[in-house]
Design a protein around this ligand. Sequence first.
Ligand SMILES: Nc1nc(=O)c2c([nH]1)NC[C@@H]1CN(c3ccc(C(=O)N[C@@H](CCC(=O)O)C(=O)O)cc3)C=[N+]21
Length: 301
Amino acid sequence: MSEAKRIDGKARAAGLVERVKAEAGALEAATGRRPGLAVVIVGEDPASQVYVASKARMAEECGFKSVKHVLGAETPEAELLDLVERLNGDPTIHGILVQLPLPRQIDANKVIRAIAPEKDVDGFHLTNVGLVGIGDVATAFVPCTPAGAMILIRDALGEDLSGRHAVVVGRSNIVGKPMAQLLLAANATVTIAHSRTADLPALCRMADILVAAVGRPEMIRGDWVKPGAVVIDVGINRVEAPEKGEGRTRLVGDVAYAEAAERAAAITPVPGGVGPMTIAMLMANTLVSACRAAGRAAPKF
Ligand SMILES: Nc1nc(=O)c2c([nH]1)NC[C@@H]1CN(c3ccc(C(=O)N[C@@H](CCC(=O)O)C(=O)O)cc3)C=[N+]21
C-alpha cells in the first residue's frame, strides 16, 4: 500500500512568515513604518482566546505592531462599531480582524461591513468578496484559510489546474465559497458540495482535489478518496481522547487521515496543515495592506 505525502503546512507557513518578516523589515527601513495588526475579540470563548493569542504572537514575530482589544461578552454592537471606526481611522493600523463568532446581540455582517475594505485582512468585507467573485484575486484581500490552502494546492499541482476536478465540501462564506472561486480562477473544474448533496461519497471519489470544510470530525472516509487525489483538510475539531487520559482532548480534521492517506497522493494533517497557513496568510495580508498604505509595491504570496 502506497502512503500519501504528508503536506507540512507548519513548515510551509514558517517559510512564509520568514518572508513576511524580511519584507516588513525592508518596509520599515525604507519608510520608517511598521505594519500594524489589530485583533478584536468579544467575550471569553477559550478556543477563540487561543487563536487570538497565536495571531498576536505571530504578528510580533513578524516585527509588526500588534494590538489586541478584548471586549466583554455583553458589549453592545454600537460599542464594537465605534472601536472599528477608531481603528479604521488609525494610520498605524493596517489590518483589522474581528474574531468570529460574535455574541448574539451583535450582527456580524454589520460589523464586517463597517471595517474599511483596505484594512479587511480577513477578506470578509463585501468589496473583497466581490473582487474574489470577479476573479480579481490580485487586488482583493483573499480570506486567509482558502488563500493558505491554495498555496498548498499549487505546491502539489502547479499554478494551472486545467483539467483537474476539485470538489469543495462546505459552502461557508469564509471557506467553501471563496475556496471554490480561487480554484476556478486557477482553471480547475469545481463542484461545491454540502449537507444536502446526494451521494457525497461518490462525488468525492471523482475529485482530483478534495477540500473538506464541513466541521464534522473525520466525516470523510478513506474510500471517499480517489487514488492519487490531493486532499486538503480545513476542519479543526476538538474531540475527546480517552486514550490520553480522563478529560483529555485532541484535534482531528474533517477527514479520517490514516484511511485517506492510503489513497491520496498528498494530504494535509490536522494539526499542522491548513491552520498554520491561515495565520501566515493573515500576516501576509497585513504586510500587503501596509505596503499599499505606504504607496509601495506589495509582494505576492
Ligand atoms: N475573523 C476571524 N478570522 C479568522 O481567521 C478566524 C476567526 N475569526 N475565528 C476563528 C477561526 C479559527 N482560526 C484558526 C486559525 C489557525 C488555527 C491553527 O493554527 N491551528 C493549529 C492548531 C492549534 C491548536 O493546537 O489548537 C493547526 O491546525 O495546526 C486554528 C484556527 C481562525 N479563525
